[in-house]
Design a protein around this ligand. Sequence first.
Ligand code: HEM
Length: 511
Amino acid sequence: MELPILLLCLFVLKALLTLCSFRSKGKKLSSLPPGPKRWPFIGSAFHMPKHYAWRTFSKWKEVYGNIIYLDVLGTPIVVINSASTAKDLLDKRSSIYSDRPHLVMASELAGLDQAFPLKQYGEAWRTQRRLISQHLSSSAIPKYHMIQESEASKFVLRVLSNKGLRWTSESLRKQVELGIAANILNVTYGYPLNSADDPFLRQSTRVMDDFSKTTEAGAWIVDMIPQLKYMPSWMPGSGFLKTARDVRSNYEAVIKKLFQWTKDNLDNEMAIPSICSTALSAKGSYVSAALEEQLSFAAFSALGGGLDTNISTFMSFILAMVLYPEVQAKARAEIDNVVGTLRLPTLDDKESLPFVRSVVTEVMRFYPPVPLGLPHSLQQDDVYNDMFLPKKSIILPNVWYMLHDPEVFDKPDIFNPSRYGGLESEMQKVTDITFGFGRRVCPGRHFAENSIFSMVATLLATCEILPPSDSTGKEYKPEVSMVGSGTIVFCGPFECTIKPRPESSHLLGEL
Ligand code: HEM
């Protein structure tokens, strides 16, 4: 059968099945949340944005409100445009809102749901999450302070070794990636990462790109018409099958190799204790092959969850410092006043540096790295404010809008760390959204905040971040927007200059 005819048949079949199931729900349909027009068979498929969906959903907020309903070829999608609604549903009703949608491309074909961020809500998810989250809780993370501080120092040394002082966001990102990845690989596997070209790192970043690409809402037609997965691979239009195969083989290979590295080094006296080595060598514990497999995927989840999210946040911080020099000066002045210029700031100083914490928080609000969060899935029919939300709805929290909601944040389009008044309770309004919701909330959030704080404070104490200059030597402010079409986005591209502060030249010896 020709591809277009096959597609059409599948399309009509799926739409008919959906129509029958909706008919049986009778008048519940009439109380669905508002949303773009739905047509027979295809629903609102043509309205579903393929890329940068949060921008379209944010515009729709004015038209449809806090909850928007779409039906893409029978798959119900609920977009949440308000933090309080997200809390009502994803936090307070987390017993039925904690599943992940079954993504045909990312999960079924590419196998990325073997690690718990994409796993269905259930025992396997719980086991993996527990293996990791106990080591990343707020009471467990102080033991990583030294690692994070040391990686922050190494990062600044690498930055200062560039005698030209000029950076493109692309070249700086490589140095940031090395620092962030070194933190996580150290803590999860005990692996000492020393080079941006390390093969484990390169393979892992490929997994991250693949994750972001294959999980993007609306990007893969096979997620909307699952029957397409049966297409023969010789057929035109079946390129996604090869993409999925490549993603899976790289993913499984790197997970196996990293875990094997820890196992091979268990008896090595020089090896650094890690989440994996602690679990494998716990006294009196027998680790079955099945548990080992869960552990290997759980450990990689930490790297997968923590790498690009942290890199995006830190790169946005650099951009913010280029664009808002007065904020940079104020943050540095706080460090100079509280810590002095005779030693480097440490994570123990974090409590006493509310403005620096506010800067990091404002970066996360202004440039959220995961603007649509990760999708949740509703496990049973639900009713909210008289609106019917069907079982298996994909729930998309529009994090970007929530963090730019004028009802919550005064003048949201202005970068202003002072808006929090230095109060943790105000900053929490941001972090409660940025790191996700309910039982799926990011298990690495405390660790992430410390990694970023440490790099931010060390860099501000020792260096000045300046705008780039044009060919005549005149400084200019780069115009930048969020780019990257996947789940995790970055600001860029831009250029900047980073030079050592003369006042703290003696601090460089401490790095
Ligand atoms: C700025 C840094 C980070 C941001 C903005 C961030 C954001 C998020 C978000 C939005 C989610 C989805 C929550 C939901 O489904 O509602 C998530 C999940 C997750 N994050 Fe993070 N994250 C960051 C850093 C980290 C770090 C450092 C780690 C590990 C060391 C980590 C590990 C994970 C894992 C494993 C999940 C999946 C949780 C689950 O499905 O149960 N993240 N993160």
